[in-house]
Ligand binder design. Structure first.
Ligand SMILES: [Fe+2]
Length: 313
């Protein structure tokens, strides 16, 4: 079975005040400069998406396609449901995926559902974005059989949810039950798909009894293959990793780079050939970017994320 994986497409709305791209940096710029930089990034992300999807269409046929999250940049860091254009971009991506493969799955990411982090607006997952993504892609945790190997997709934002919203706590619980029941229902080997590579540590109780059958973990989120390389190298020299569920998953980890040219040059995705023995083939379909955006620099992106907020006058 051939499975196309794409991740971190970050399709971006046209409003330069959307807070979907480095809000701390953009807010510090005069309006004209802010609009020009935002549009340069937005159109670069759009071009990378179009060219990568074209590359996937040309390298078919695919039996299934999986989006590993951050389909759009969301809006106001509250996910994709809070702005009409962000909703439309999500629906557009689903239609494009349907043209590539007959089966479409999504492991939605933090930008799709809402999030908070050190440089953010302290937003969080919203039920509106969860429900919109469910309407668009179906259940946000799922499984299917790939010829004798079980593929399980999970929602990272449910796995590490720490809030108190009853709807979201219910989803997080349902996901845990789903994972435990699905893994207990078969003796087949399995592959874990998720947006974040760290999700397994929040699901240790459900995953640990079935770790010996785990063939591969596939995730996105980090964007840049260099970051994944550092983690892959570190796991080889950490003997304490032997008994830890997260490090066990990372030892069997395949990283899907971002399509969006954010944190690095982007323009990539992943193709998998899966059979009962595991992931038999792994191909990166790279398309060279026309030019590097300012966001191709990891150091610059880090600074733009954490730089002090501009003083309010
Ligand atoms: Fe992302």
């Amino acid at each position: 079975m051939r499975i196309a994986c794409i991740s971190d497409t970050h399709l971006t709305v046209t409003d330069p005040n959307s807070k979907s791209l480095f809000p701390r940096h953009l807010d510090s710029l005069p309006e004209e400069k802010r609009s020009a930089l935002y549009e340069e990034l937005r159109s670069g992300i759009e071009l990378a998406y179009i060219r990568t999807m074209e590359s996937l269409r040309n390298s078919g046929p695919w039996d299934a396609i999986i989006h590993l999250g951050d389909i759009t940049g969301g809006y106001g860091e509250s996910g994709c449901a809070h702005h009409e254009e962000a909703r439309k971009l999500t629906l557009r991506c689903r239609s494009d995926m349907q043209r590539i493969a007959p089966r479409v799955f999504a492991c939605v990411g933090n930008h799709d559902l809402g999030y908070g982090h050190i440089g953010s607006l302290e937003a969080d997952v919203t039920t509106a974005s969860v429900e919109f993504c469910e309407q668009t892609f179906g259940p946000l945790f799922w499984s299917f059989d790939a010829g004798g190997i079980l593929c399980i997709g999970i929602c990272s934002s449910f796995a590490d949810y720490k809030g108190k919203d009853p709807t979201l706590l219910k989803r997080a619980h349902e996901q845990k039950v789903f994972i435990a029941d699905t893994l207990a229902s078969t003796k087949d080997p399995w592959i874990l798909f998720s947006h974040s590579p760290w999700s397994a540590k929040f699901l240790a109780r459900e995953i640990t009894p079935h770790l010996t059958r785990l063939k591969q973990m596939i995730s996105g989120d980090l964007h840049d293959p260099k970051k994944a390389w550092v983690i892959k190298s570190a796991r080889r020299v950490l003997p304490i990793a032997q008994s830890n569920v997260l490090f066990h998953c990372l030892r069997n980890w395949t990283f899907c780079p971002s399509t969006a040219p954010l944190w690095w040059q982007g323009y990539q995705c992943l193709g998998l050939s899966v059979n009962a023995f595991g992931v038999a083939e792994e191909v990166i379909h790279g398309v060279l970017p026309m030019k590097n955006l300012p966001t191709a620099s990891f150091m610059r992106c880090t600074w733009w994320c954490v730089k002090p907020k501009p003083k309010q006058s």
